[in-house]
Design a protein around this ligand. Structure first.
Ligand code: NAP
Length: 474
């Protein structure tokens, strides 16, 4: 067996270590948790140069993107440290007792929150820093007071080990239990399945494919004691370009959209996969401008051969699908694929579930619509998406209200300007939409609200004062 493939024993040991560390870590002063998060950010920055070089060798994402991603990772670690210090990890709601008979009369109730315990975290292939060993899910879980067992992604195995070693040093320096962060790895679904099945695991955070995410979500639910599964899966992120937007900024929007489709070689969960546009002269001119801008793009190599094979298969699927025309098939410049643009009618898109599937990579499907009703039907057919973008819907009109309602019904984030790629780390962020874009649309995997996924509310009734003073942390 490969030396870095975790055996069932290794996985059990890692989970047992996390469980053994859980009570003590949850009981640490908040300042200690915040210090850990800051120390992890400092360690990443101190080792930036070798880490970025290694990440580039393993993922081909390029130093500019990877440096930016490392910055983002440190920013969110420090941001969660601030959240911890501000009390976000121990929210309390207090309802004083009311004398008299119920329902108006009541005891003193205080709603507090407890750290869940060990969290299994599946690192993403496409974010070797920001959604991996010390990425957003890990930062949120640690901020909540939960140990984390990371399932490294086989697309960047050495980087995962090196970042993990830095984190282990930080825990050691701060005198914290090494079980607070554990790592398991190995290509093969049995590692992830064993991790989710381990009885010590209390929640799972996952970023990746719909197929993998749904399989693991089923595992989490099939356990004798099911646990929450926070899966952030694929998404096709429709962009609706209304005539009013195209009338004034067609070329600029086409250039920006082409850049978003090809950013990171299209390997973003928020990559715009569907463009909804009116089938009129302005719409056709816009699609020509988009195709021209895509022709000039130079996507880099994809993350690994499996993702490239998936992209090639997705392109072939669209090329051969009835009712779909190929607008652009830029030739591959190996090892990089070429950008692709396809087009279809609204009725075809709505009737064909295959067209509603994500093609992970630099490709987009234009859906021609004739009116608002067709636009709404297209959004409804998408069902669930991380984002929906509405260009030209700023005015308060009855039509725009219908459009916004339809977008809100199927997306976790609705944009009125800009592009869905780029997900700001902030308190108001929502990264998670209705099924199938995520398994839990009520929570976010980006931004500070992500912390709440790893806290469980407990109501304390007529609790003693010492416990209330400690915000319910016994
Ligand atoms: P993936 O295949 O879903 O793998 C993600 C993680 O889940 C890996 O650690 C993988 O382990 C594990 N896994 C996958 N299927 C599993 C199963 N049935 N049981 C247990 N563990 C399982 O994602 P990927 O490797 O990143 O990329 C593959 C495809 O996912 C892409 O082509 C793209 O379509 C999609 N993707 C989507 C996003 C997004 O943000 N929405 C991000 C990345 C990728 P092993 O690899 O070790 O088996």
């Amino acid at each position: 067996m490969h030396p870095h493939h975790s055996t069932p024993d290794n996985i059990r040991t890692a989970c047992a270590a996390a469980q053994a560390a859980a009570a003590d870590f949850a009981a640490q002063p908040l300042a200690s948790r915040a210090a850990l998060l800051r120390a992890l950010a400092n360690a990443l920055e101190a080792h930036r140069q070798p880490l970025v070089a290694l990440a580039d060798r393993e993922t081909a994402l390029g130093p500019v993107r990877l440096n930016g991603e490392l910055d983002r990772t440190c920013f969110q670690l420090r941001g969660f440290a601030e959240q911890v210090e501000a009390g976000a990890a121990q929210p309390v709601q207090d309802d004083p007792a009311v004398a008299g008979a119920p329902p108006a009369g009541r005891p003193h109730l205080t709603r507090v929150h407890m750290a869940l315990g060990p969290v299994a975290m599946f690192a993403a292939s496409n974010f070797p820093f920001a959604f991996s060993v010390l990425g957003g899910d890990t930062a949120a879980a640690l901020a909540a007071g939960c140990p984390v067992v990371v399932k490294a992604h086989p697309g960047h195995p050495q980087l995962s080990r090196d970042v993990f070693a830095l984190a282990a040093d930080c825990l050691n320096t701060l005198g914290l239990n090494p079980g607070v962060l554990q790592l398991v790895q190995g290509a093969g679904i049995e590692v992830g399945v064993a991790l989710v099945r381990d009885p010590t695991i209390e929640a799972v955070a996952f970023t990746g494919s719909q197929r993998g995410g749904v399989a693991l979500w089923q595992e989490a639910n099939a356990r004798p004691r099911p646990i929450p599964f926070y899966g952030e899966l694929g998404s096709i992120n429709p962009v609706v370009a209304l005539p009013s937007a195209l009338a004034t900024q067609s070329q600029a929007l086409a250039t920006a959209l082409a850049a978003s489709i090809t950013l990171g070689c299209g390997q973003f969960c928020t990559s715009p996969g569907v463009l909804v546009v009116h089938h009129d002269d302005a719409g056709q001119a816009f699609v020509r401008q988009l195709a021209e801008a895509l022709t000039l793009s130079r996507p880099h190599a994809m993350l690994h051969s499996g993702i490239r094979a998936g992209f090639d298969a997705g392109v072939a699927r669209l090329q051969s699908r009835g009712g779909v025309t190929t607008v652009l098939a830029a030739p591959a410049r190996e090892p990089s694929p070429g950008a692709h643009l396809f087009a279809t009618e609204a009725a075809t898109f709505v009737a064909d579930a295959v067209l509603q599937e994500e093609v992970f990579g630099p490709a987009c499907l234009v859906v021609w619509v004739r009116d608002l009703d067709e636009t709404l039907q297209v959004l409804q057919a998408v069902r669930g998406s991380l984002t929906a973008t509405l260009w030209g819907a700023d005015a308060d009109t009855a039509d725009n209200r219908r459009l916004v309602r339809a977008a809100q019904a199927m997306a976790g984030r609705v944009l009125f300007a800009g592009l869905p790629t780029g997900v700001a780390v902030t308190a108001a962020q929502q990264h998670g939409g209705p099924w199938p874009s995520s398994t839990h649309a009520f929570s976010t995997s980006v931004g500070y609200a992500a912390l709440a996924r790893f806290l469980r509310p407990v109501a304390l009734q007529d609790a003693p004062e010492w416990l209330l003073q400690a915000k319910g942390q016994a």
